[in-house]
Design a protein around this ligand. Structure first.
Ligand code: ADP
Length: 251
């Protein structure tokens, strides 16, 4: 660490230095508490699947040999919970390393990349994911694989929280490119909207456990888009549907 050299500094300069120092301390303190909160939330979230694994393993030890239906149910549940833990730890690692997120930017046609992501999700989930209208030709400077990751997160959510068609729209303002993903699903209650980008936040924990959510997807998506100088906004009506829009600055 470099040391400060204070000899020869004037009173004004020392005063300025004091202000800068205090500002730095506040930032360090905030980061420390955020980190502490993250570790505490993460341990809590990991405990849930671990408890499930433990109780199914107990069931298996006690009844597994005698009752094939217990054997099957327990093995399936343990497998599903283990997958969930794997997904969660992967996402946590990603968030933890996000501070020094490096972007590998290149110019490409936005519609092509979106189309590819739509195709992948359509195939994987056999759901209808279509363009709302023919997309305009827009070039974007972005990290293609990271942008795809964000599209997967948003499309995956749209799939999980709705059961009819999902529509994608590409639009352009004079400073930004907008990618909107619209579903006609359960929607998000007004009081929850402001929180959905928070780590581990899930509107309906019980339902999300069934659909396999971790509550980390949107915070990862938001971080990636923020690293590009953009933002994500959300509009939703409970019982009607949700639209997440990615805004990326254009050159
Ligand atoms: P998860 O892994 O639970 O999907 P996210 O961070 O991606 O985590 O989303 C957080 C929460 O926001 C979800 O659990 C859900 O309650 C809500 N949410 C996200 N997308 C949608 C959507 N398209 N429709 C309704 N609710 C949504």
């Amino acid at each position: 660490f470099q040391r400060l050299h204070l000899e020869g500094k004037s009173k004004d300069e020392l005063y300025q230095l004091g202000i800068t120092f205090n500002h730095m301390m506040t930032m360090l303190e905030e980061n420390y508490y955020k980190q502490e909160q993250f570790v505490s939330d993460a341990s809590h979230e990991l405990k849930t699947p671990l408890t499930a694994i433990e109780s199914y393993a107990t069931l298996l030890k006690r009844w597994g040999m005698k009752k094939p239906e217990v054997l099957e149910e327990s093995v399936d549940a343990i497998y599903a919970e283990a997958l969930r833990m794997r997904e969660m730890t992967q996402q946590m690692l990603e968030l933890a390393s996000d501070g020094n997120q490096r972007l590998d930017k290149a110019s490409f046609q936005a519609a092509d990349l979106i189309e590819e992501s739509m195709k992948t999700m359509r195939r994987a989930y056999e759901r209808s994911i279509e363009w709302q209208a023919t997309p305009p030709e827009v070039t974007v400077l972005a990290d293609a694989s990271k942008l795809k990751q964000v599209l997967f997160i948003l499309l995956d959510n749209a799939i999980k929280f709705s059961d009819t068609k999902i529509e994608v729209a590409l639009s352009e303002t004079n400073s930004h490119l907008g990618i909107a993903i619209n579903d006609h699903g359960v929607g998000i209650p007004d009081e929850d909207i402001a929180h959905v980008f928070e780590r581990f936040y899930r509107v309906d924990k019980a339902r999300s456990r069934k659909t396999g959510g971790t509550g980390l997807g949107l915070s990862i998506a938001q971080r990636i888009i923020a690293a590009h100088g953009g933002h994500i906004d959300v509009q939703s009506t409970q019982g009607e549907g949700t639209t997440f829009t990615i805004w990326l600055p254009t050159e």
